[in-house]
Design a protein around this ligand. Structure first.
Ligand code: FRU
Length: 501
């Protein structure tokens, strides 16, 4: 990416205004005020307030000299911009960026553990916060780990998962071992400042598989996240390989002492790069809440003109699914944005079932579908009246097995040749009687689909965004729509926001 090209004409005033005016800008997802956003960071529920930090470049919609943006919420729905939390130093280990990390409670002291970037090198750094989490002081001892472990040839070393375990802190740092694959290095500390290397928690096997495999574990693991859901331990990571691989995966298994014993590998989101670098936290209600980064799918020039890049996913509730995988749904709090309810009476889906009463580019659609073996249901959104542009969510039930496939067809989602219109798909478990609980959230260019707990996230950019508001449904084979409810979603921001709150 050529940062200079993008940065030069667009710095300073105008970026936030331009971003706000862009018709592709989501209105009920969190976005940065302007400029660039990538990973969620420091996700936590602190004294009743949700804190969402994020990788932020307030100067341009380009990944360059990354800061930590910060926003707070009491309901996970509306957000208040807080002062930028971390700014790259003029000297020191984070002079080229403050990369991803977490927030922990060190005996009442809010403490960030993040990756300081200098040149091509990233090393663990620490910063402590004021009681209101608005002002942050970097530790003079940074970096708190001076180098990756010796004796292994690491390809990369960054991103942190930190937790308290009895009398000690434990930390994972994402990495990759040359010739082997991605890994998470485990450390231990009494004070978050001095760390002992324990060993690799788990190492992938890059030799088995290729970048073309949708569950290839890559050559490096970004944004490792270890947590427990129900009675299963989960090691989530973003499988990465230079220029070829960006997809979020997770192992289910058992975390014991210094190892993670994996039982199965799963895809976290079938949208792959469109739900990347997720981070999760346990809130005060005992819920596992997860956010991910929805990257852009349009050309660089268009992104530069738009003045912003990157969307934060809706907050997801992550629970243990019945089939050994995780189940994901948007948090129920989002329902408070629902307006103008349309309830469609149950119907037998046919070759053409226009849903004329439903229209919009900010929608929450919720349906219960029942498919006979071999049937397919297609729900089109962001459809122009002539059908030239449309994005299709497709659910197919296998003829013989109790499962099927969730697909997203984006081939006709935009007539702009610079837009990524590649389809996405993944395996979909069906309910006993062939049911699928489908939820589709359309927010201008952001699309989040949930089907029986599986998620598929993507971006779409119709060239006639004002006309691409239609919704329709078609079926092949025998399928019924037992329930279909639709709402317009209210926006969470009403105007441009300061880039430097
Ligand atoms: C993931 C990632 C992290 C890194 C950050 C930099 O998207 O590459 O590994 O810390 O983004 O912004």
């Amino acid at each position: 990416m050529t940062h200079e090209l993008i940065a030069a004409p667009l710095t300073g005033e105008g970026l936030a205004e331009r971003a706000f005016r862009d018709p592709h800008r989501p209105r009920f997802h969190f976005t940065s005020p302007g400029g660039w956003l990538n990973d969620p960071n420091g996700l936590s529920h602190w004294n009743g307030v949700y804190h969402l930090f994020y990788q932020y470049n307030p100067l341009a919609p380009a990944h360059h000299r990354i800061h930590w943006g910060h926003a707070t919420s009491t309901d996970l729905v509306t957000w208040t911009d807080e002062p930028v939390a971390l700014v790259p130093g003029t000297t020191g280990p984070d002079r080229d960026g403050c990369w991803s990390g977490v927030l922990v409670d060190d005996g009442g002291v809010p403490t960030l553990v993040y990756s300081g970037r200098h040149g091509e090198r990233e090393l663990p750094c620490v910063a402590t916060g004021s009681p209101d989490l608005r002002h942050w002081t970097k530790d003079p001892g940074n970096p708190v780990i001076p180098a990756p472990p010796t004796g292994v040839d690491v390809t990369a070393y960054r991103d942190h998962c930190v937790w308290r375990e009895g009398p000690v802190w434990r930390q994972l740092v994402g990495s990759g071992v040359r010739g082997r694959g991605g890994t998470a290095f485990l450390y231990e500390s009494e004070d978050l400042r001095h760390w002992r290397y324990v060993g690799p928690l788990l190492t992938g096997d890059a030799a088995h598989g290729t970048p073309a495999d949708l569950d290839w574990t890559g050559t490096m693991w970004e944004c490792v996240d270890l947590f427990r859901v129900g009675d299963v331990d989960v090691l989530a990571f973003s499988a990465w390989d230079e220029g070829t691989t960006f997809h979020p995966l997770y192992w289910t298994g058992r975390y014991t002492a210094d190892r993670f014993e994996p039982t199965a590998l799963h895809r976290l989101d079938y949208g792959r790069n469109y739900f990347y670098a997720p981070q999760s936290t346990l809130d005060a209600h005992g819920r596992r809440i997860m956010f991910g980064w929805l990257q852009e799918g349009r050309g660089e020039e268009a992104t530069a003109r738009a003045g912003w890049s990157g969307v934060m996913s809706l907050p997801r509730l992550v629970t243990q699914g019945a089939d050994g995988a995780l189940a994901q749904t948007p948090v129920p709090e989002l329902e408070k944005l629902r307006r103008d309810h349309v309830a469609v009476a149950p119907f037998e889906a046919g070759p053409d079932s226009p849903l004329d009463a439903i229209r919009g580019d900010q929608l929450d659609l919720e349906a219960t579908l029942r498919l006979a073996p071999g049937a397919t249901v297609r729900l089109a959104v962001r459809e122009t009246p002539d059908g030239a542009e449309r994005t299709v969510v497709e659910v197919t039930r296998d003829t013989t097995s109790p499962s099927g496939t969730l697909r997203l067809h984006r081939e006709a989602s935009s007539l702009d040749p610079d837009v990524d219109t590649a389809p996405r798909h993944g395996e979909l478990p069906f309910g006993a009687d062939g049911t699928v609980e489908l939820r589709v959230l359309v927010d201008h260019s952001a699309l989040e689909i949930f089907a029986n707990g599986r998620a598929l996230t993507a971006r779409v950019y119709p060239t006639r965004p004002d006309a691409a508001t239609g919704v329709s449904l078609t079926a092949v084979g025998h399928a019924t729509v037992d329930r279909l409810d639709a709402w317009r979603m209210a926006p969470i921001t009403t105007g441009p926001r300061p880039l430097w709150p």
